[in-house]
Design a protein around this ligand. Structure first.
Ligand code: UDP
Ligand code: MG
Length: 315
């Protein structure tokens, strides 16, 4: 009989761990699905790990992975995928914002032969206008970069074992799970779901972290910004030709161009265009540098499986 693993990244989710596990246990138990829950404690500063240990001692189907510090949600997802042993592996948030009932629907689709089942957000939950607009802009770029419709994509997904192995085989250090799981291909289908309200705890994303996250992932998946540099250069060249013709005409018709202001504007414009381009290129170089260092994506300090704690450090 096949088994479903559910990967739950958790960072400061102490109030939610037990409730989420109980909900999933009841739901999957009633549906008669053999399951395993893999909770990844992403360097929480509250009692998340203690809560995970407690749940794992009560239920042998719960595995806990404890990071040595906070490595971010993407790393937590990868660690969870690496630990999961199920034939199908689902990833969902630990705060029950991804409705558990949809998990059953996803599992049934997997049984019908779909290898990647993607949760698509029907609404975006409570978000500010700025957040919505910037997310829209980010996903438009990501959609162009990956060639898949990333609008309303989420990390709520169910992957077949084959797909999990393919994601884990991707060698890059900075993983963007949402895009990677589309990029690998396979027979996929999407399932729309309503984002629920968060019950306890708080969202870990501030505007600053989101902007950083967006840049990182755009650069990890596409070289489109480098083409902006080329496009900018072509634009500047076009403008300079126009200005050249204009200045020459003025010169030969006896009126020299009013020098200082024009010169200043042109210099400032070109200066900032060059510096912006250098910034974009520099960012890529920084990311390449980080990739070539080949540091581990995360460091595990402890693993608890079926109630037994293992002090284990992953390579
Ligand atoms: N999360 C994580 N590491 C982090 C930030 C978040 O593992 O550094 C987890 C968090 O515990 C939750 C999920 O990622 O299970 C989604 O986070 P959150 O609910 O804060 O994001 P939102 O739902 O507001 O997008
Ligand atoms: Mg959430």
């Amino acid at each position: 009989m096949s088994r479903l693993s559910v990967v739950l990244p958790a960072c400061n989710e102490e109030p939610m761990v037990e409730k989420t596990c109980r909900t999933l246990r009841e739901l999957l138990g009633q549906a008669g699905i053999r399951y395993e829950l893999v909770l990844v404690d992403d360097g929480s500063s509250d009692g998340t790990w203690a809560a995970i240990e407690k749940v794992s001692r009560e239920d042998k189907n719960v595995t806990g992975v404890h990071f040595s510090r906070n490595f971010g949600k993407e790393a937590a997802i990868v660690a969870g995928l690496a630990q999961a042993c199920g034939d199908a592996v689902a990833v969902m948030d630990c705060d029950l914002q991804h409705p558990p009932e949809i998990l059953l629907e996803m599992y049934r689709l997997w049984e019908q032969g779909y290898e990647v089942v993607e949760g698509i957000k029907k609404n975006r939950g409570k978000e500010t206008l700025f957040h919505r607009k910037s997310a829209g802009f980010f996903y438009r770029i990501m959609s162009r970069a990956t060639g898949f419709d990333m609008e309303n994509a989420s990390d709520f997904k169910l992957l077949d074992r084959k797909a999990v192995e393919s994601v884990l085989a991707m060698p890059e250090r900075s993983m963007f799970f949402r895009a990677a799981s589309s990029w690998i291909g396979f027979k996929s289908i999407s399932v729309p779901f309503e984002v629920q309200e968060r019950e306890a705890g708080e969202s870990k994303w501030s505007a600053g972290t989101l902007i950083r996250y967006a840049f990182r992932n755009i650069v990890a998946f596409t070289t489109l910004p480098l083409q902006f540099v080329t496009a900018g250069a072509v634009g500047c060249f076009g403008c300079s030709l126009l200005l050249l013709v204009y200045s020459l005409v003025r010169y030969f018709s006896g009126h020299a161009v009013e020098g200082y202001t024009t010169l200043l504007i042109v210099m400032l414009f070109i200066g900032s265009a060059v510096m912006m381009s250098l910034g974009i290129i520099g960012y890529y170089i920084a990311r390449i540098y980080e990739e070539v260092k080949r540091r581990p994506r995360y460091i595990v300090s402890k693993i608890i499986r079926g109630g037994d704690t293992n002090e284990k450090v992953d390579p």
